[in-house]
Design a protein around this ligand. Structure first.
Ligand SMILES: [Zn+2]
Ligand SMILES: [Zn+2]
Ligand SMILES: [Zn+2]
Ligand SMILES: [Zn+2]
Ligand SMILES: [Zn+2]
Ligand SMILES: [Zn+2]
Ligand SMILES: [Zn+2]
Length: 1754
């Protein structure tokens, strides 16, 4: 049995209405046992109000509850009528200065990046707009619900804590005032009584777990057998599963099931069945059975209706409490007191505790209600916030464990309140010192990660899915730790020190479990079978990264803490490595007379781990020691003697060697997991506490030991010791020709090792290592990022490290190093490196990836070449080291280093094969450069006291000692300078030699006896100059050559154009001559006055048109009898011009499109890319596409961007979406325009003749239809006199070739099919109407675009549109030849009858309801069907002219009838011109005709103005129409926007510029016609104001106006609730940019059925608003959505940009966004040009994943 969603409401129990709140309250006031009294009341009434049937009736329940249950409480509380009591309370209240607004889902929130204490401090929109922060750097986000506005919280803001609104209150209220003073004693007592009873009741009933029994005091005497089958929400089962199961279990429809499922998802539970126990239990078992297969079953309970009733009221009560305390801060304090009062069971027995501790057992709806209450009570009261914080901290472990086990999202857990409490600095500090919160959090966290290996390290290897799920939830504890640490203490108490260090201990325990986790061993032989788990460990590291950094920040603030922390960290590290050298045979290393002992260890053979957080934390603390100079102040306090440098460096070194070996390809068989780990090790998210700290640790090590020893150990770990320690090893190693792979590997390892040395020496930009400021570090990062290429702000931010406040620190320095370049219409703004910063570029910057390094090198060399500089990239000048690290520098000049350098240079000199690489040399040169820079620096900063110990220049000038007796490094460099194979490095070597000389000079000048420059030097100098000159000459030659090539190329181009121009001109001339040869008495093109139509039409000879088929490349002339040529075309329905979006064609099969309403509600638009094919070539192509797609769809079941079944295809040349083709035709009018006769009839005469013909024609038709029934009626026939020259039996011959005729039908049928959305039927009489309509509509759209852009009518259309309009007009004019002649004649008769009434056609639309352009086009294009049977000598052109004049006059009347001209006297010039007098007369006549319903107007000036303005679009469209129809070129005056456009248009259109003359010239007939038009009853009704009508000129449609500030839209969307699910917030509010409707997109609730398919709100809306095409803005995502039909869609960049010229799709960055008008115009233009579908097609072709999206569900 289906649960009926609209069950009838049972009648209301009379006794309920009779219950008086006042009386009940009075009774309670007298009661001795108040709780008992109240409980009795509830026991009796609650079940009588709530849960009376299968479905809740919330409004009725609320009404009754207010009356019977809450009313008495309010009376009791106030002691009087609450209608007076509450306002009194409110008046007496001194409200707190906290805003506390609780955020709705999707509401915009703002955080000030300058003043917020941490990023969780946010303001609501109202407060933000009234605060000082709106002038600061701020960030905007959308709330996920929960959380509240921090306005007024002095701890949340460094500055400006109050907005204007909340500032007012601060002066009045003293901070610590007790709010209870504003309440009377009585009131306090009553509030206390009623709050305790009701709060207790609500907590008891909500936490009640029995399904069939009521809590004590509430038991019923007689219990009915009414139960609910209650379904609960979980996050395991999908919507689909639940819907499917429900359909089976409670036998409901899919719609009902969807409703249940949505409610369960929203509220957390919903009864799905109501009835006796057995009936409900049955449903329960089906649900459980059906959902228990793979997962744990859905939670279902069969609950007694009374329990559900009390629970419903319990929730209501909590909301009520929340409202009541809103009246008074005093009441709020009382409620807090009640809530936190310890219960009878001691610890944890307060009501607040009880609720918190059963949080995970409550359903979603109940949780959010009580969380809200907590936020509006406990968190709003400063005193109780603190007490609550303590309760929260004491329960922390329990709450978190419950949360981890629970499966609801974090936002539905009480644990989520941690952010509200821990981020308050004073609370956090208090909880740390008094409740030891840090330790609690860390210990709780570790308790949940129990998987350890034998050494006690975390092990994630064999994590089950459930454990992985738990692991994800546990991570929220790290966020809590972050919150606690986020605000750093300014002053330390001993307590804080002690508790922090205790927490630090716990933290070290945690890191200890990570030190060495996930160790790996190199795989040799076989590839690993299974990729080991690595992500969990890295996730942990990543999440902890900020916490580790913050721990160091805390330590840095207090010297005592720092020293203690350092000691603790060191002892843990020593503990970790206690088995360091156990069982290992130490080995002895000897080089250059130095020797050192080390352990035997090979990274390539033994276990190695990337995770070394303890070592890295120690490295960090060491830098702090150096920075704060603690190490010099209190060396005695530090365990420096315990430090064993080899032990410190060992593990970080191993890790770095591992990276080098991976680069060298030695770990290929270990698979991708290792590659990923190495990637993240260097990644910006992790590197600060991984890679960077390993470098620091090596720097620490070198600074504390003999650099020779360090280098030897390093060589040994790199497994390169043999190569460098054995003389001539290199030689052997190259000649032996052993294994090429091994040689290659060793080369890479050497390169990596040299790189590492460069980093150790060069990376000194952290304060504490080098003598720098914090901004130097960030500046350097930016410089190196921008050295690669100019970058957008967001790219740069991504490449930089964010701190705990999500700041990179970039804004403060970016202006110093970069210039900003604004974006254009596409693309984004970019930062470019300032030229003066390139000198700081370091090729071996340690954060470069290899790809970045080579890109940067290329970019920098290119830059140097552009500046005509040499291309050397020498090392930059570096800041000096801090004293603690100062000795590190000696590594550059120690013996082993010199030996390594010498060896490599030797290899380069010998240049023997492959045991050597250029990169190696490049790095050595860089190192030498660094050493020289260093020495130069030392010399320059020399003062009396210190002696320069850095004597690199001297050392490299000395030749090697015996026995190797190699030449000195300097000598080798000089040799290499001329080596032909080292061209690339010449500049660098030259730079080195130059610097060497500079230093020499410096030394000499500083020494007492300056030595004159040696001859050698001069020689060198001059030779260098020569060299330089030579190179300059070469460069010059190269430049000249380049320029010459460029010139040649542009010459070729010009030539090409010239050639074509010649060709073009040639053909023009040919045509001209041919045309001039034809003797013609009518005016030719060269005449000044050009006329587009009528007997006076300018005669043009159509040029021979030869086109090339894009498919077969053959040429074809466009002629009537040749093979058809076609244009790829896209026909679509359009509402772009619509003035009435509510109008929809109801039944397309019966719809009559003959007359277009002037609201243009739905037109048919034709567009083309302009590419031409043979009809048969296209047919073949289309058949092939169709066959291929059908096969593909069967095989792969994928969609394409085009729908073949609907006749869609892509243009074979430009891939533009098309759905039919349009034939190219020669001008069709010429074929039927017979010879002109003199004496063409005037309008009056012509109308008479045509009317006669029509009458004949109608009679004939009647006859025909009568004769099919029975014979007879022939008397009428006999009476009929055929008008002169009219031959109704004549059937004209179709002049077109078979192939053209076929295409005429093809395109016409397509237009009919698409325009009406019906099945194709070429016989349908409406086919020609649709063709004419599309012609008229397309012309109108293009006219609007041109008008909006203020462009002249002709000469500014792109070729494709020009071609399309020509073809379309000619096609529409020729189509009647393939249609049924009598049908077209019939259309003409009806159309004409709308203006020239006849007896046969009644019931035609009045002239107010006809779009005149559509009428004109249809009349003119259907006229040949009548005219072809007229042999009286009237020309077709005469007909055209008269039809045009007739329609123009009708339009003038239309305009006059509908114009809302107001005489306001403004701007009026009393010229009383001819036109004005004429129009006044006409208007007067209209007033007469309408029986004075039309108001008289005395200002001719105004009338004439409004006619001119109103008729302009029509005239412009007509000019285009006749231009394309007859091919008369437009007069040059219309091709520019000049004055007198109106007059020029009139002249071109053969109209008098005083349009009213038309009426005067033909007044005989016109008076009759105008009278007939005005006497129409609809016109009367309109003039009487009983119906609307369109007035002229119609405004162009625009997309809606968007606000400048994007947050306005977010706010608007957050106030929008789903229209279908009663006040619920919509998850994906989406704005239609066409009409401004807000929709609830992408959601089950708002799905509707469309043609038998479920579609989302957007797709459904497109069918109403845009006939299938839609443009939307997804407000939460800040993304534009294009939709077309059900299957097509794409996303488009939004028109909102931040200050850096970037969009923020997805609103991830939160920078303030502002409307970019140009970009919005571009979107609007796409819409106006009908290019949305085309745009989607291109997007889908470019990105295939877009094809797979279910667009119809949006
Ligand atoms: Zn606020
Ligand atoms: Zn405020
Ligand atoms: Zn601010
Ligand atoms: Zn072809
Ligand atoms: Zn094309
Ligand atoms: Zn819309
Ligand atoms: Zn909805």
């Amino acid at each position: 049995m289906a649960a009926d969603l609209e069950a009838e409401v049972p009648a209301i129990d009379k006794s309920l209405l009779e219950c008086s709140a006042e009386e009940v309250a009075a009774k309670w006031l007298q009661a001795t046992d108040l709780p008992k009294e109240v409980y009795q009341h509830l026991t009796y009434y609650v079940p009588r109000i709530y849960c009376k049937g299968p479905n809740p009736a919330p409004q009725r329940e609320d009404m009754l509850a207010q009356h019977v249950l809450l009313g008495p409480m309010e009376w009791y509380l106030c002691g009087e009528d609450p209608a007076f009591g509450f306002p009194k309370l409110e008046q007496a209240n001194k409200p707190s200065h906290l805003c506390g607004r609780v955020f709705k889902v999707g509401e915009p929130t703002y955080s000030c990046r300058d003043c917020a204490v941490d990023p969780t401090c946010v303001l609501c929109m109202e407060c933000f707009l009234g605060s000082i922060h709106k002038e600061h750097r701020y960030r905007m986000t959308t709330s996920g619900g929960g959380g509240f506005c921090d306005c007024g919280d002095t701890e949340a803001w460094k500055e400006g804590p109050y907005c204007k609104k909340h500032d007012l209150n601060t002066s009045q209220t003293a901070e610590e005032e007790d709010p209870l003073v504003h309440l009377s004693e009585d009131m306090i007592a009553r509030a206390y009584n009623i709050f305790s009873i009701m709060f207790q009741y609500a907590v008891d009933i909500l936490t009640w777990e029995k399904e069939n029994e009521l809590p004590p005091g509430l038991e019923m005497v007689e219990k009915s057998d009414t139960y609910y089958c209650m379904l609960f929400n979980d996050e395991v089962h999908t919507y689909e599963q639940v819907i499917y199961t429900l359909q089976k279990a409670v036998n409901c429809t899919q719609k009902e099931a969807i409703f249940f499922a949505t409610t369960v998802d929203r509220d957390g539970r919903r009864s799905v069945r109501y009835g006796d126990f057995q009936y409900c239990d049955q449903a329960k078992s089906v649900i459980v059975r059906n959902t228990s297969r793979q997962t744990k079953p859905l939670k279902v309970q069969v609950m007694h209706s009374c329990i559900v009733a009390h629970q419903s009221f319990g929730l209501k009560l909590l909301t009520w409490l929340g409202n009541v305390i809103g009246y008074s801060d005093g009441l709020r304090r009382i409620l807090c007191q009640v809530g936190l009062q310890e219960g009878p069971d001691g610890e944890n027995s307060s009501l607040v505790d009880k609720l918190m501790l059963s949080d995970s057992k409550l359903w979603k709806g109940a949780r959010s209600v009580y969380h809200q209450l907590f936020m509006s009570s406990l968190l709003m009261d400063l005193k109780y916030k603190k007490l609550f914080a303590i309760r929260f901290a004491r329960n922390y472990e329990r709450l978190q464990s419950d949360y981890v086990k629970d499966d609801h999202d974090r936002e539905f857990s009480i644990a989520d309140l941690s952010v509200q409490i821990f981020t308050v600095p004073s609370l956090a500090r208090m909880l740390i010192t008094e409740e030891n919160l840090m330790t609690t959090i860390i210990k709780t966290f570790m308790d949940h990660l129990r998987h350890r290996d034998i050494q006690g390290r975390f092990q994630f290897e064999r994590y089950t899915a459930l454990q992985a799920f738990k692991f994800r939830r546990v991570q929220s504890l790290i966020s809590d730790l972050k919150y606690v640490l986020i605000s750093k203490p300014a002053d330390w108490s001993d307590d804080l020190r002690q508790k922090f260090l205790e927490g630090f201990d716990a933290f070290l325990e945690l890191l200890k479990c990570m030190q060495g986790m996930d160790p790996i061993t190199r795989q040799v032989g076989q590839h690993i079978e299974m990729e080991p788990e690595w992500e969990a460990a890295f996730t942990l590291q990543m999440k902890l990264t900020l916490v580790i950094s913050m721990m160091q920040d805390w330590c840095a603030l207090d010297e005592k803490v720092l020293i203690e922390a350092y000691k603790k960290c060191l002892s843990v590290l020593m503990h970790c490595h206690s088995g360091f050298a156990d069982g290992e045979q130490p080995i002895m290393l000897n080089m250059c007379g130095h020797s050192v002992e080390t352990i035997r260890y090979c990274v390539s053979q033994e276990r190695v781990s990337i995770h070394l957080p303890v070592s890295r934390l120690l490295a960090g603390l060491h830098v702090l020691l150096s920075k704060s100079e603690v190490a010099y102040k209190f060396p005695e306090l530090l365990p420096l003697s315990e430090l064993s440098p080899p032990m410190l460096i060992e593990h970080p070194l191993r890790c770095l060697v591992l990276c080098a070996q991976v680069h060298a390809g030695m770990w290929r068989r270990n698979g991708f997991s290792l590659v990923n780990q190495i990637y993240y090790y260097h990644n910006v998210k992790c590197r600060r506490e991984m890679f960077d700290k390993d470098i620091v640790m090596l720097q620490t090590g070198v600074s504390m030991m003999d650099p020779n020893h360090f280098l030897m150990i390093m060589l040994s770990r790199f497994e390169l010791y043999q190569i460098f320690s054995t003389p001539d090893y290199g030689k052997r190693f190259s000649t032996e020709n052993t294994n090429k792979d091994v040689v290659q590997q060793n080369n890479t390892l050497i390169e990596e090792m040299l790189c590492l040395i460069i980093m150790i020496v060069g990376e000194r930009f952290s304060p504490g290592i080098g003598q720098v400021s914090p901004t130097d570090e960030i500046k350097r990062e930016i410089i190196h990022q921008l050295s690669i290429r100019p970058m957008a702000h967001s790219e740069l931010v991504k490449a930089l490290r964010e701190d705990e406040n999500r700041e990179t620190g970039m804004e403060s320095v970016i202006e110093e190093v970069a210039c900003f370049k604004k974006p254009g219409l596409t693309g984004r703004g970019l930062y470019e490196l300032k030229p003066e910063c390139t000198k700081d570029f370091n090729l071996y910057f340690y954060h470069f990836s290899r790809a970045e390094q080579s890109k940067a090198e290329e970019a920098q060399r290119k830059l140097k070449r552009q500046n005509r500089e040499d291309t050397a990239l020498p090392p930059p000048v570096l800041p000096p080291f801090c004293p603690l690290f100062a000795s590190l520098i000696n590594i550059l000049q120690c013996d082993v280093m010199l030996c390594i350098m010498g060896t490599i240079l030797q290899w380069a000199v010998e240049h023997n094969g492959y045991a050597w690489s250029e990169s190696m040399l490049q790095r050595v040169l860089h190192l030498i450069g660094m050493a020289l820079q260093e020495e130069k620096q030392h010399l320059e900063n020399l003062n009396e006291e210190n002696i320069v110990t850095f004597t690199y220049t001297q050392k490299i000038s000395r030749p090697g000692e015996a026995p190797s007796s190699s030449p000195s490094i300097l000598a080798m460099l000089e040799t290499l300078q001329n080596a032909p194979h080292l061209e690339v490095h010449k500049d660098m070597i030259r730079w080195i030699l130059k610097t060497f000389n500079t230093i020499k000079k410096l030394r000499e000048s500083s020494s007492t006896s300056p030595v004159a420059e040696t001859e050698e030097n001069i020689m060198e100098e001059s030779s260098r100059d020569k060299d330089k000159a030579e190179r300059k000459r070469k460069a010059e030659i190269a430049r000249l050559r380049r320029e010459k090539i460029m010139a040649q190329m542009s010459e070729m181009q010009r030539h090409f154009i010239d050639e074509n121009k010649e060709l073009f001109q040639q053909t023009l001339e040919e045509l001209d001559t041919s045309s001039s040869k034809v003797p013609d008495n009518s005016p030719t093109v060269s005449d000044t006055k050009l006329t587009a139509l009528g007997p006076e039409q300018t005669r043009v000879t159509e040029k021979r048109q030869v086109v090339t088929c894009i498919l077969c490349q053959e040429e074809e002339e466009v002629k009537v009898d040749s093979r058809a040529m076609v244009l790829a075309t896209f026909v679509q329905r359009s509402t772009v011009l619509s003035k009435n979006r509510n109008k929809i064609i109801q039944d397309p099969e019966k719809y009559d499109p003959l007359f277009m309403h002037p609201d243009l509600s739905c037109g048919t638009h034709t567009g083309s890319c302009g590419h031409i094919m043979h009809a048969h070539c296209w047919q073949r192509y289309f058949d092939a596409v169709q066959a291929k797609e059908q096969r593909r769809q069967q095989r792969l079941r994928v969609h394409t961007s085009y729908d073949v079944e609907n006749g869609e295809f892509l243009c074979p040349l430009c891939e533009c979406l098309s759905n039919t083709v349009i034939p190219l035709l020669p001008p069709p009018r010429a074929l039927f325009n017979r010879l002109d006769f003199a004496g063409q009839p005037h309008l009056t005469h012509w109308i008479r003749t045509v009317s006669q013909q029509i009458r004949t024609f109608c009679l004939l038709q009647d006859e025909e239809s009568a004769s099919s029934n029975c014979c007879g009626n022939s008397e009428k026939m006999d009476q009929l006199q055929l008008p002169e020259g009219f031959r109704p039996d004549f059937q004209p011959k179709n002049p077109y070739s078979e192939s053209i005729r076929e295409m005429l039908t093809t395109f016409a049928t397509a237009t009919y099919k698409v325009g009406l959305k019906v099945h194709p039927n070429e016989e349908d009489p409406r086919v020609p109407i649709m063709c004419w309509g599309s012609c008229a509509y397309t012309i109108q759209t293009i006219e609007r675009i041109l008008a909006d852009e203020d462009k002249p009518l002709f000469g500014h259309l792109p070729c494709r549109q020009d071609d399309c309009l020509t073809s379309l007009t000619r096609f529409a004019a020729a189509h009647w030849t393939v249609a049924s002649l009598s049908a077209v004649q019939g259309h003409f008769c009806t159309l004409l009858a709308s203006l020239v009434p006849n007896e046969k056609h009644g019931n035609l639309p009045c002239i107010l309801d006809i779009d005149m352009l559509h009428l004109l086009v249809s009349l003119v294009l259907s006229f040949p069907a009548i005219h072809c049977q007229d042999f009286s000598g009237v020309s077709l052109a005469t007909g055209d002219l008269h039809l045009f004049h007739l329609v123009t006059m009708a339009h003038i009347v239309q305009i006059l009838l509908t114009s809302s001209t107001e005489e306001n006297g403004m701007d009026q010039e009393n010229t009383n011109s001819e036109e004005e007098l004429a129009v006044l007369a006409l208007h007067k006549f209209l007033c007469q005709c309408t029986g004075s319903a039309l108001k008289e107007i005395s200002s001719g000036w105004h009338l004439w103005r409004s006619i001119k303005a109103g008729i302009m679009p029509f005239l412009r469209c007509s000019a285009m129409f006749f231009h394309y129809l007859n091919g008369v070129p437009a007069p040059p005056e219309i091709k520019v926007n000049g004055a007198n456009q109106f007059e020029h248009l009139c002249s071109y259109l053969s109209l008098p510029s005083n349009l009213i003359c038309l009426f005067q010239e033909n007044n005989k007939i016109m008076n009759t016609l105008v009278e007939s038009w005005c006497s129409n009853s609809e016109v009367k009704r309109y003039l009487e104001g009983k119906r609307p009508a369109i007035s002229y000129a119609r405004d162009s449609n625009k997309l809606i106006d968007l606000p400048d500030d994007y947050s306005c839209l977010i706010n608007q969307a957050s106030n929008f609730s789903c229209p279908k699910s009663g006040g619920d917030k919509s998850r994906a509010p989406t704005l239609c940019l066409v009409c401004g409707t807000m929709l609830c997109s992408q959601s089950y609730c708002c799905q509707t059925e469309l043609d038998g398919e479920d579609v989302g709100a957007c797709t459904a809306h497109t069918y109403l608003c845009g006939s299938g095409v839609g443009i939307f803005l997804r407000v939460r995502e800040c993304q534009v959505l294009f939709l077309a039909g059900k299957t097509k869609g794409c996303f488009y960049a939004p028109p909102y940009l931040d200050d850096y010229g970037e969009t923020d799709q997805g609103l991830r960055r939160g920078n303030p966004l502002h409307l970019c008008k140009e970009r919005f115009k571009k979107i609007q233009k796409l819409w106006q040009q009908h290019s949305i579908t085309e745009e989607i097609g291109h997007a889908q072709e470019a990105n295939q994943t877009l094809v797979g999206i279910d667009w119809q569900h949006l």
